[in-house]
Design a protein around this ligand. Sequence first.
Ligand code: MG
Length: 353
Amino acid sequence: MRIIMLIDMDYFYVACEELRNSEIKSRPAIVGSDPKGGQGRGVVMTCNYMAREFGIHSGMPISMAYRIKPDALYLPLDYDYYESVSKKIMERIKGFAGRFEQVSIDEAFIDVSDKLHGYAEAEECAKRIRNEVLGTVGIKCSIGIGPNKLIAKMACEKAKPNGIKIVKENEVREFLSGSKVDELYGIGAKTAERLKKLGYATVDELSKASNMALADEFGVSFGAEIKAFANGIDGREVTENYDVKSIGREFTFEKDTESGEEIRSAIGRLSSEVMKDVAKNQVSFKTITIKLRYYDFTEHLHSRSVKVTNSVDTLIQTAEELYSENADRSKKIRKIGVRVSGLISYKGQKRIA
Ligand SMILES: [Mg+2]
């Protein structure tokens, strides 16, 4: 039995700002673009619960937020500072992990299957994590616990703010029932739209979908994965992502982009650079990971294992598939990374073609 947790900080950027400016606790506060007296462009990145009570939310145009609440506290993004806070938090969380995977600046999965026995222990552990992160760094978080990543992530959504939600294996079906397909972790807005057109708007409908129809629309493997998600099944592993034994390259776009062409050409360039280091180190690899950082600084990693290889074509093709299957097309991309891991040295051995 697997037990996976998703730990997600509550309104992270604002919480970071609170650490160094206690005034924020007592009034609506918004982190995002400069409102410029209502003329500003750009969006609200995040806001505290006091601002949310006025209907302000992340993603809202900053000019609209200003119309609603001109006397709120408007703060610019200070990403370096948030990253320094994030680092401290992640170090704490790692201490509780079996396996640890950071998925964005303020979110991490941990797999505690080998460390803990059962959900009661997991709940105790989750409480300790929350206390430790709050006690040492001063940030509140929510935790979802379940038999896989999908359920842990969705449980965490329900746990917010500042809660713990456990969904055990035998509770999965009831938990998912009544959800919309776009609430499934791993199904983006575009995929949800296509599913709706096929007649699958809810998770209940999708759980009984025709395999053939899904395969026609999404390909056999992604089609099967989508249906499995709707049934609460998710084989995605918690993968350690700060593996020193990996080779990667990243690229930040001059302007945030949603152009598939630009992104594919970046994947091609990054892959070629990665392959230079792969050749230099005389290794083959078996896992390919792409990292997508969106305009709003959320960051997602997508990985796939392949047969041990050192083929540039496999790298590019797999990276492109990971992009097209996972990217959230409703958001522009700021930065992209390509990484290979699971390295195997072929020094002195026959080269693997
Ligand atoms: Mg968060």
